[in-house]
Design a protein around this ligand. Sequence first.
Ligand SMILES: C[S@@+](CC[C@H](N)C(=O)[O-])C[C@H]1O[C@@H](n2cnc3c(N)ncnc32)[C@H](O)[C@@H]1O
Length: 288
Amino acid sequence: MEKTSSQENSYIFDTESAIEMARLIDQARFMNREIGGALMGLPELAAGTHVLDLGCGPGGWVLDVAFDRPDITITGIDISEIMIAYARARTRTQKLSNTIFEVMDITKPLDFPDNSFDMVNARLLTGVLKRETWSSLIAECTRILRPGGFLCLFEGNEIGVSMSPAYEELSGYILQATWRVGYGFSPHGRNWAMSAALPYLLRQGGYQDIHLNSYITDYSAQTPAWIDYYRNNEKIFLQIKPLLIAFNLLTSEAFDQLYQRALIEMNSSEFTCVAQAIRAWGYVSKTA
Ligand SMILES: C[S@@+](CC[C@H](N)C(=O)[O-])C[C@H]1O[C@@H](n2cnc3c(N)ncnc32)[C@H](O)[C@@H]1O
């Protein structure tokens, strides 16, 4: 299969960065917790089922499912060599025998035969897929899903809504820059509009019996989730700095000042921030 280097890839961050990998390890842990478990609220998967996770990162979702369901097989694919190596190492240390991890580019035709999977999962790919590439990936999911299988998409609408001026200013620049790169479906770039886009994409792809689940998490000061959110944003903000400068949204000095002010706000006992995410899933429309 033709390989795409990390430099040519459309991910917002460097896929071979250890900082990004560390961020994704933590993020998957708190996301899985916030949604009440990796498969919570989804149709029951029969023993022997085969599940695929697209853009699996260091494998947080896959490993949780594999641990909970030793009777099913879960494949995780990601373009990042270091993340796949880490996920394989975790599989060994956790003594799991029901995971497969492969390096693969999800913006290209997927290297799986037709009708291979009973469930395909894709979480937090807004910063991976430019808006015009979603439909071709969903068509690939249709091809590799078995009749009766389902596709599950999970995304956020924005970074989080707060009442803190520096944090909001920085979030605004991030939304603007990511929109200019081509991420999200908003007409203006003030959010990513993924809660509208996910059911739209599933319907456009011919999926049926579409279900929507909304997740609202309180990341305010003194909540249990605050520290995870703080650490996650600390790394997101720093990694996104070059993009904000490239788009002339901020100078390097202005970014550094705004970043420090945003961190101070997030550290304040008054910090109030809520983030919304949506999960949309539906059944593939095809017959045996
Ligand atoms: C925000 S992370 C999501 C990680 C994981 N889905 C989760 O929920 O924890 C996006 C992932 O997509 C991967 N990625 C970026 N471009 C990709 C591509 N073209 N093909 C496959 N994976 C890609 C990145 O390496 C990263 O691990």
